[in-house]
Write a protein that binds this ligand. Structure first.
Ligand SMILES: [Zn+2]
Length: 303
C-alpha cells in the first residue's frame, strides 16, 4: 500500500468510528514529507495534519484562498517547487474542501465586498474572475490545480500529485485525482518531451551544456554567479551567445532575460568586429536586481 492509499484508508476508518485507525510514518519514510496546498479557510485549522494521519514535522503546509494554482510558473508553483527541492517534499496533495467561500462568491458579490472595504474598482484589473481565480466547483478547481502542477516544468516527473476534497462536516477525505495512477498512465504512454520554459536544446552550436555546473551555494548567490558565468561564456563564443543562452534557459531561466540584454550587445559587437575578441560595452548605471533562479532539481539533504 502506498502512502496516500494508506492515508485515505486510515481516514475512512477513523471517520467510520475506528479509534485505532492511523498509519506508521516510518513505513512510508521514502514518501515523506508531504506537501499540501489547502485553502485559507480557518475551519481547516482543526483538520490538518490530523486528517492525513501525519505528524506535523512530515507535513509542509501551503495555503492560499481557494487552494488555487493559476499557472505552471505561478507564485504558488514556485513555493511547491522549492518545497520539493529545498525541503525534500516527496508527494504533493492539492486539498480542496466543501463549502468553500471562494467557490460561492460571485464576481458581483466580490466586487461589492471589495468596495465596502474601500477598494476602488477603477484600480482593479478588468477581469476580476481571471485575476482572483474564482471558481464554481471545488472538485473542478482541484482537478485543474493538479493539471497545472503535473505539467509544470518546475516539478519533477516522479513526484505524485494528488487531488483530494475534505468534507468540513465530517473530516472525510475523498480522492479526486490519484497521483499514482496519473504517473502510471504517463509511464505507459510513448515518451513525450517534458514541458520546458526555454528554447529547444538540440542545436547548441558547439556550446557544451555539460559545462553548465553551478557549485553548491545559497540560492541568493546563484543569481550573481549565473549572470557572471553566462557573461563570460558570451565573451568567449561571441555571436553564438544567443544559442548558448537558449541552451541554458531551462536551467537558469529566471536570470536569462536580463543577461540576454547584455549578451545581445556582446553578440552585435562581436559580429561587427570579428575576428577581434569581443569586449563588453560599458554598463550604464547599476545592474538590474535579479530574481532568484530556479535551483537545478537535485535531491537535497533534508534539514
Ligand atoms: Zn475555501
Amino acid at each position: 500500500m502506498r502512502l496516500f492509499e494508506a492515508i485515505l484508508n486510515a481516514n475512512h476508518r477513523a471517520v467510520a468510528g475506528d479509534t485505532s485507525a492511523g498509519l506508521h510514518p516510518a513505513e512510508f519514510a521514502a514518501s515523506l514529507p508531504v506537501i499540501a496546498l489547502t485553502c485559507v479557510d480557518p475551519r481547516l485549522n482543526a483538520y490538518f495534519p490530523n486528517a492525513l494521519a501525519l505528524p506535523a514535522e512530515q507535513f509542509i503546509w501551503l495555503r492560499n484562498a481557494g487552494n488555487l494554482i493559476t499557472g505552471p510558473l505561478s507564485s504558488t508553483m514556485r513555493s511547491l517547487a522549492l518545497a520539493c527541492a529545498v525541503k525534500g517534499g516527496e508527494e504533493i496533495a492539492i486539498i480542496g474542501h466543501s463549502d468553500c467561500q471562494v467557490a460561492k462568491t460571485t464576481t458581483v458579490v466580490l466586487l461589492e465586498k471589495l468596495q465596502a472595504l474601500g477598494v476602488d474598482r477603477s484600480r482593479l484589473p478588468d477581469n476580476l474572475n481571471e485575476f482572483f481565480g474564482t471558481f464554481g466547483s471545488e472538485r473542478q478547481n482541484v482537478i485543474k490545480a493538479c493539471d497545472w502542477v503535473r505539467t509544470s516544468p518546475l516539478i519533477g516527473p516522479k513526484i505524485p500529485v494528488h487531488g483530494l476534497l475534505l468534507d468540513l462536516a465530517t473530516g472525510k477525505l475523498e480522492w479526486v485525482v490519484n497521483g499514482y495512477q496519473t504517473l502510471e498512465m504517463a509511464a505507459s504512454q510513448p515518451n513525450r518531451p517534458a514541458p520546458s520554459i526555454g528554447q529547444p536544446t538540440d542545436s547548441l552550436g558547439g556550446f557544451n551544456l555539460g559545462e553548465m555546473k553551478f557549485p553548491e551555494t545559497k540560492i541568493g548567490e546563484l543569481a550573481t554567479r549565473g549572470q557572471d558565468w553566462l557573461t563570460r561564456k558570451a565573451d568567449a563564443i561571441g555571436s553564438q551567445a544567443q544559442v548558448a543562452i537558449h541552451a541554458a534557459a531551462p536551467v537558469v531561466n529566471t536570470v536569462v532575460e536580463p543577461v540576454e540584454l547584455v549578451v545581445k550587445q556582446v553578440a552585435a559587437f562581436a559580429d561587427k568586429n570579428w575576428p577581434k575578441p569581443p569586449t563588453l560595452p560599458p554598463r550604464k548605471g547599476p545592474p538590474a536586481p535579479l530574481p532568484p533562479p530556479i535551483r537545478p532539481r537535485a535531491k537535497l539533504r533534508r534539514d
